[in-house]
Design a protein around this ligand. Sequence first.
Ligand SMILES: Cc1cc2nc3c(=O)[nH]c(=O)nc-3n(C[C@H](O)[C@H](O)[C@H](O)COP(=O)(O)O)c2cc1C
Length: 157
Amino acid sequence: MGTILVAYASRTGETLAIAELIAEGVRLAGHKAEVRSVAAVKTAAELAGFDGYAFGSATYHGEMLPAMKTFLFLAETAGLEGKPGGAFGAFGWSGEANDRIHQTMKHALKMSVAPDPLRLKSSRLGGGLQMAQEYGRQLARKLETQAGSSKGAEEAP
Ligand SMILES: Cc1cc2nc3c(=O)[nH]c(=O)nc-3n(C[C@H](O)[C@H](O)[C@H](O)COP(=O)(O)O)c2cc1C
């Protein structure tokens, strides 16, 4: 069993609601999930040591929230290279934060990201619950696949 950190930046609670559903999906897939506000993560040590990560921010004025930018600089020093990851965030119409976080996780943090960020505007939309939970399950499967392949590599002569 692995543990996925679901870290979010949210102003009015929509991104937090999506984070909770992603965590539920991870748990339904038989793993552990911790949901934390990015503002509560102060050191790289608090961020390191998880088996997978989902980072999410709401989009305001075409950008992620400032707290998520600070958090991603911290993540750069946490040794997340190769770890499974995904991105999400509530939005109203354009949702730039989701793509930017996903690209940062892939290119700057060199994480093993899901093919796409979760493009869900709100957990309250029809099908939102299922979409967010499925993203959590997808991350859990990615974690299992990577754990399986690194185990195989360790066992190889
Ligand atoms: C002042 C303001 C600016 C916003 N700018 C954007 C934007 O550029 N693109 C977008 O997709 N949504 C935008 N939104 C919509 C928010 O992303 C949306 O309300 C979202 O659900 C907020 O999530 P949160 O509750 O996690 O903060 C904006 C909302 C406000 C109030």
